[in-house]
Design a binder for this molecule. Structure first.
Ligand code: ADQ
Length: 482
């Protein structure tokens, strides 16, 4: 392994997330290497992590690996070991086959299994213990996402001095749905160990407040329905003394939009985008989809809409190409295997009926795309199709907007993506209303150029002024002092 220095300091600022910002990769010859996986969260938090002797606690992505903590560019990386069975029960099972579908409106049926829950508790305990050992006196611990919802209360028990923020990256469901969960009260109490709980949109924060009020009888104070930032608080009674107040708020995440804009503007990306467009036959209209292969993302919805538009003659297969880049995801979970099969059947059916030799109508890749391909496609696509059935935020639509530096792309966006609240001038649609989706696609293609540009200008203003740094700062600023 490379680039390691021993750990020697306690961290004043600590990020706890299921995954580390760097992956342990095993080569064919058995040697291992750390590969940085720079995402928005890492980019936003790196400066704060560095300036505060920060540390990041997470799983390195390989079962049974137990590397020592090390220093990477001024950030202490603290790997947490998960056994193969734990990956199966805690990660693939409880996180991705129970909580993920439940929190996304039950699009597929959540699986409830006691053995998964037991492992979820054990793994959360382990993360909390590592955080408790690592955090400096009165430090700040930022816990991320649905895999670690028990960590705040477990950590508070061990380290009442630290300030705990929790951010949920996926939607929080309404009470009526959440109540299905056999371990609902344990999850609520786990989250309430935080000083601040952040969601993407106010509706999620309100769902959580209502839930704690109804199930735990905690008093809640609500801010305005439309608030962004601090939306209210929950009064949590203590065994002794006065109640604790847990702040709840909406903090819509974003991307490093300036960097996307800068890089997409370069001549290399412009040239690369033109080349990619040529490779798919230089169509009059190039439509694009970029997603993890996930049933929440509505990949089937857009394929069905395109299929019907071709059948109705509203799209001309000689002039239209749809590129779908789908990065493999959670491939051992049944619902994901079934989704992949359905998507691939649909792509084959559409191409079978409408493609000509050497010129597919749908160009589909089940691969992770290199970053310059993403930028090249974003910059050169005429229409971006983002049609999730439910999505916490959806960063892809923001990436498309930030990379549309020529100002002439159109965004078709589901109302059920968290981003729809901010991206008002997108061509919005209800993904359950296939006629509505088809009309939105046709407007996005056929509206006068002036109208399409006007919409994109407004989208770019929003995305370029609301970047991931602003998001991280607003969350940390809202974290109350003890
Ligand atoms: P995700 O569900 O993973 O995130 P999203 O926010 O769209 O969804 O982010 C996906 C990321 O993966 C993007 O950065 C995108 O560029 C990249 N990606 C997707 N397909 C790719 C491909 N084929 N090749 C290469 N890269 C690809 C969860 C929640 C979201 C929330 C984020 C952040 O589900 O709702 O927006 O966390 O909080």
């Amino acid at each position: 392994m490379t680039g390691q220095e021993p750990l020697n300091k306690k961290a004043k600022f600590l990020v706890v997330a299921n995954r580390l910002p760097t992956d342990l990769v095993t080569h064919e010859d058995g040697t291992q290497e750390w590969k940085r996986s720079p995402g928005g969260l890492v980019t936003a938090l790196e400066p704060i992590l560095r300036s505060h002797h920060g540390a990041w606690i997470g799983w390195p992505g390989v079962a049974d690996a137990e590397p020592e903590p090390f220093d990477q560019d001024g950030v202490t990386i603290i790997p947490v070991k998960l056994s193969a069975e734990e990956v199966e029960n805690y990660y693939e099972g409880f996180s991705n086959d129970t909580l993920w579908p439940l929190y996304h409106n039950g699009i597929v049926e959540p699986q409830y299994r006691e053995d998964w829950w037991e492992t979820y508790k054990e793994v959360n305990q382990r993360f909390a213990e590592v955080a408790a050992e690592t955090a400096a006196e009165n430090g700040v611990v930022w816990v991320n996402d649905y895999q670690l919802q028990l960590v705040p209360a477990l950590l508070r028990e061990m380290r009442p001095d630290v300030r705990i923020g929790f951010f949920l990256h996926i939607p929080f469901p309404p009470l009526e749905l959440f109540e299905q969960l056999p371990w609902r009260d344990e999850i609520i109490d786990g989250l309430l160990g935080s000083d601040l709980i952040g969601f993407h949109v106010p509706g999620n924060a309100i769902n959580f407040q209502r839930l704690t009020n109804v199930r735990r009888k905690h008093r809640v104070t609500r801010g305005k329905m439309s608030c962004v930032g601090h939306c209210g608080h929950i009064e949590v009674p203590q065994k002794e003394g006065s109640p604790r107040f847990v702040k709840v708020g909406a903090f819509p995440i974003s991307i490093d939009s300036g960097a996307f804009d800068e890089q997409a503007k370069t001549d290399e990306i412009k040239k690369h985008g033109v080349e990619l467009r040529k490779r798919v036959g230089d169509p009059a209209t190039l439509a694009l989809g970029v997603d993890r292969m996930d049933y929440t993302k509505g990949i089937e919805v857009r394929l069905e809409a395109i299929y019907q538009l071709l059948q109705e003659g509203r799209l001309d297969p000689e002039k239209f190409v749809f590129v779908q880049l789908a990065t493999p995801s959670r491939e051992r979970v049944d619902a994901y295997k079934e989704l992949r099969k359905r998507v691939e059947e649909k792509v084959a059916r559409i191409n079978g009926e409408y493609a000509s030799v050497g010129r597919p109508v749908i160009s589909y890749l089940h691969q992770s795309a290199p970053f310059e391909d993403l930028l090249g496609f974003y910059r050169n696509a005429d229409v971006m199709l983002v049609t999730p059935l439910k999505d916490g935020m959806n960063l892809v639509c923001k990436e498309f907007v930030a990379a549309s530096t020529d100002g002439n792309g159109s965004l078709v966006l589901s109302e059920f993506a968290g981003a729809a609240r901010e991206l008002r001038t997108a061509y919005q649609c209800n993904p359950y209303d296939i006629e509505g989706v088809k009309d939105a696609i046709m407007h996005a293609i056929e509206d006068p150029e002036e109208e399409r540009r006007r919409r994109m200008r407004a989208l770019r203003r929003q995305v370029l002024t609301h970047d991931v740094n602003r998001w991280a700062k607003s969350f940390l600023d809202a974290l109350p002092e003890h």
